[in-house]
Design a protein around this ligand. Structure first.
Ligand code: PXP
Length: 244
């Protein structure tokens, strides 16, 4: 079964709403691991709107599973990653005005900029994953860039309005995932996954990791982080919910 990477950014979003000390994403990470998380994911954004540098430093000391740092492909973020040394860095596009990551990286268009960053992170012992749309050319480029993994963007699947669109989006995800596996890349997936839609994605054998944030943190507000994570792991294990 794929490991569940729990993205705890929005625990920090609540804290930053008051510039207060709580809720603490580090405590959330400990509870997420107790609930069965296989990785803790945080996005240190350039505007520091949720996760702060100190969070990352403390998480590095506390996380017992794997720390996955989502980051823009910039010199500043590369310096942070090489200092903190997460097990994994996931390169994502970042725009200041966006509410959340919108779309995958264009690895083909940005290959010249990405190449030295992937190389230096790799030399620092960090596994590099590229967040890309389910597009065969992007997967091939990630392989050419010597990334260890791709995270396939599941937003189009999650946002599909009807069964036909959902099926088409799933097909693209599975095709991209199969190509990535054939090229020897580890395959991750994420964005927009929820308790309702995770089963179908989790049942695809290609995936080594699913990264889920908003849905888990939303449920954690109501039932607690440990239980929210445990329920998601259970749904990943049991596969798609049968209708009727
Ligand atoms: N994967 C990546 C690369 C992301 O940027 C995000 C959002 O931070 C996620 C997964 C998690 O998405 P969601 O919050 O919709 O579960």
């Amino acid at each position: 079964m794929a490991r569940l990477g729990v993205n705890i950014d929005h625990v920090a979003t609540v804290r930053q709403a008051r510039r207060a000390a709580e809720p603490d994403p580090v405590q959330a990470a400990v509870l997420a691991e107790l609930g069965g998380a296989g990785a803790i994911t945080v996005h240190l954004r350039q505007d520091r709107r949720h996760i702060q540098d100190r969070d990352l430093e403390v998480l590095r000391q506390v996380v017992r599973t794997r720390l996955n740092l989502e980051m823009a492909a910039t010199q500043e973020m590369m310096r942070v990653a090489l200092t903190v040394k997460p097990e994994q860095a996931t390169l994502v596009p970042e725009r200041r005005e966006e509410l959340t990551t919108e779309g995958g990286l264009d690895a083909v268009l940005n290959s010249v900029q990405l190449k030295p960053i992937v190389k230096e992170l790799g030399s620092g012992g960090i596994e590099v994953s590229l967040f890309v749309d389910p597009d065969l050319e992007q997967v091939k480029e990630a392989h050419k860039l010597d990334a260890q993994a791709v995270e396939i963007n599941t937003a189009a699947y999650a946002d599909a309005r009807d069964a036909r669109a959902r099926e088409a989006a799933l097909r693209r995800i599975v095709d991209a995932a199969r190509l990535a596996r054939r090229l020897g890349l580890a395959v991750h997936a994420g964005h927009g996954l929820t308790y309702q839609n995770v089963g179908v994605i989790a049942s695809q054998s290609e995936f080594a990791e699913l990264n889920i944030g908003h849905s888990i943190v939303s449920r954690a507000v109501l039932v607690g982080m440990e239980r929210a994570v445990r329920e998601m792991v259970e749904l990943m294990r049991s596969g798609p919910v049968r209708q009727g």
